[in-house]
Design a binder for this molecule. Structure first.
Ligand code: OSB
Ligand code: MG
Length: 384
C-alpha cells in the first residue's frame, strides 16, 4: 500500500479492497413444504452461494435463479458459467474502493441481473464489514425490525384455509395467496368467508392474459391490497390496460428489473405497488434506485422473496429498512422453509415483525460452515 507507484501509474485507492479469492458453491436445502406456484413446484431450494475475500474479511451473496427458466429467464447452470468464465475472473485480483466501482465490470453485459446481484451483494456485504457498518446503516435504512407477511403456495381450499389460520396465529401482517387460472375466484370467496378482514393479496406469477380481464375484475370484490404480476413477465403495456380496468392495485414483480423499468411502468400506469427483490434486480444499488423512483412517484414498495436461505434472507431484511418499504414483505421466518438454515443465527419473526440481523457488521449473520458443507453439492475456488 505504501510503496511509491511507478510514474504515471494510478496509486492504489485508500481503503480499496483487493479481492484475494472467491468461492462459488452450489447448495441444496430440502424445503419443509413443497412450494407450488402457477409455473411449477419447488421441493428443494437449490442456489449458488458466492463468497468474496479481501483483507481477511468475507462477503457473501446468494443467487435467486431457479434450476430452470420458469420464474425468469436466468438459470443456475447459466449463472455458474457466467460467473466462472466472465465475472469472477474480472473481479478476483482486482481492487475496488466502493460497490459502485463494480459497474464497469457488471454493466456492459446484457441481462443476468440475478448473477450480477450475487457479485454486488457479496461485495456490498464485504464493503460494509470493512467499514464496520451494518448493511442497514450502509444503505441508510432505519429501525431494528421490519413488518412481514407470508406467501402461501397453491393447495386445495381446506389446506389453504388451515395455512392462513397458522399464519394469523403467528401474527403475520399480510397473507399473499398464490393463484393460477381456475384457482382464483372460488378460493378468494372461501378465504373471505372465513377471514373477512385480513390483509390479503394474490400473486399469479404471470398466469393470466388480457383475455382474462373478466376474471381479474371479479377479484375486485374481495378487498385485495393488490394483485401481483397477473400478466406476462416481460409485459408492462398490458398491465397498464388491466390496471386501468381494475379498482384493485396491480403490483409488479417479474416485470421490474431496474429503475428504468420502474419508471416506465409507473409513467404508463401499469402498477400502483412494486415488489423489490434485491436478488432479482441486480443488487442493492439497483434495488435502492427502484425504491427511490417509486418514492418519487408516491408509490409504495415491499420486499419480496425467493425462498432464500439465511444469506439472501438477511440481505432482504436489511434492504426492507429503507423508508419507502411501507407494505409488509415476504421475508417470513426461516423455519417455515427449512429444517435447518446455513447460518448460525435464526431469522424468526415475532408478532409479524422480523428483527434486522445486527449481530456484527455487513449482513449480520454468519455461515454455519460445518452444516453448509453437508448441503453443498460443489465448490469452485478462484484465485488471482
Ligand atoms: O413471485 O414472489 C414470487 C417464490 C418463488 C418464486 C417467486 C415468488 C415466490 C414467493 C415466495 O412468493 C416468497 C418467499 O416466501 O420467499
Ligand atoms: Mg411474485
Amino acid at each position: 500500500m505504501t510503496e511509491p507507484s511507478p510514474k504515471g501509474a494510478t496509486p492504489p485507492l485508500r481503503g480499496a479492497l483487493r479481492i484475494e479469492a472467491a468461492d462459488l458453491r452450489l447448495v441444496a436445502l430440502p424445503l419443509v413444504t413443497p412450494f407450488v406456484i402457477s409455473t411449477g413446484t419447488m421441493t428443494d431450494k437449490i442456489f449458488p452461494l458466492l463468497t468474496l475475500q479481501a483483507n481477511g474479511i468475507e462477503g457473501v451473496g446468494e443467487g435467486v435463479m431457479d434450476p430452470t427458466p420458469d420464474y425468469l429467464e436466468e438459470t443456475i447452470p447459466a449463472t455458474m458459467a457466467f460467473l466462472r468464465e466472465v465475472l469472477l475472473p474480472a473481479v478476483v485480483g482486482r481492487s475496488f474502493s466502493s460497490p459502485a466501482e463494480l459497474a464497469p465490470i457488471l454493466d456492459p453485459w446484457r441481462g443476468h441481473r440475478m448473477a450480477k446481484a450475487m457479485v454486488e451483494m457479496a461485495f456490498t456485504d464485504l464493503f460494509a464489514k470493512s467499514m464496520g457498518l451494518s448493511l442497514r446503516d450502509l444503505l441508510g435504512g432505519l429501525g431494528s425490525e421490519v413488518a412481514v407477511g407470508v406467501s402461501i403456495g397453491i393447495a386445495d381450499i381446506p389446506t389453504t384455509l388451515d395455512r392462513i389460520a397458522v399464519a394469523q396465529d403467528a401474527g403475520y401482517r399480510r397473507t399473499k395467496l398464490k393463484i393460477k387460472q381456475g384457482h382464483d375466484v372460488a378460493l378468494l370467496a372461501a378465504v373471505r368467508e372465513r377471514f373477512p378482514t385480513i390483509k390479503l393479496t394474490v400473486d399469479a406469477n404471470t398466469d393470466y392474459g388480457l383475455v382474462d380481464l373478466p376474471v381479474l375484475r371479479a377479484m375486485d370484490a374481495f378487498g385485495l391490497d393488490y394483485i401481483e404480476q397477473p400478466l406476462a413477465f416481460d409485459d408492462i403495456h398490458d398491465h397498464a390496460v388491466v390496471q386501468d380496468a381494475l379498482a384493485t392495485a396491480i403490483c409488479l414483480d417479474e416485470s421490474i428489473r431496474s429503475a428504468t423499468d420502474a419508471r416506465k411502468a409507473l409513467v404508463a400506469g401499469a402498477a400502483r405497488v412494486i415488489n423489490i427483490k434485491v436478488g432479482r434486480v441486480g443488487g442493492f444499488a439497483s434495488a435502492r434506485a427502484i425504491h427511490d423512483v417509486c418514492a418519487a412517484f408516491g408509490v409504495p414498495v415491499w420486499c419480496g422473496g425467493m425462498l432464500e436461505a439465511g444469506v439472501g434472507r438477511a440481505h432482504n431484511i436489511h434492504l426492507a429498512t429503507l423508508p419507502n418499504f411501507t407494505k409488509p414483505g415476504d421475508t417470513s421466518s426461516a423455519s417455515r422453509y427449512f429444517h435447518r438454515d446455513i447460518i448460525h443465527e435464526r431469522l424468526e419473526t415475532r408478532g409479524g415483525m422480523m428483527p434486522v440481523p445486527l449481530n456484527g457488521p455487513g449482513m449480520g449473520v454468519t455461515l454455519d460452515l460445518p452444516f453448509l458443507k453437508t448441503v453443498t453439492r460443489s465448490t469452485e475456488s478462484f484465485r488471482p
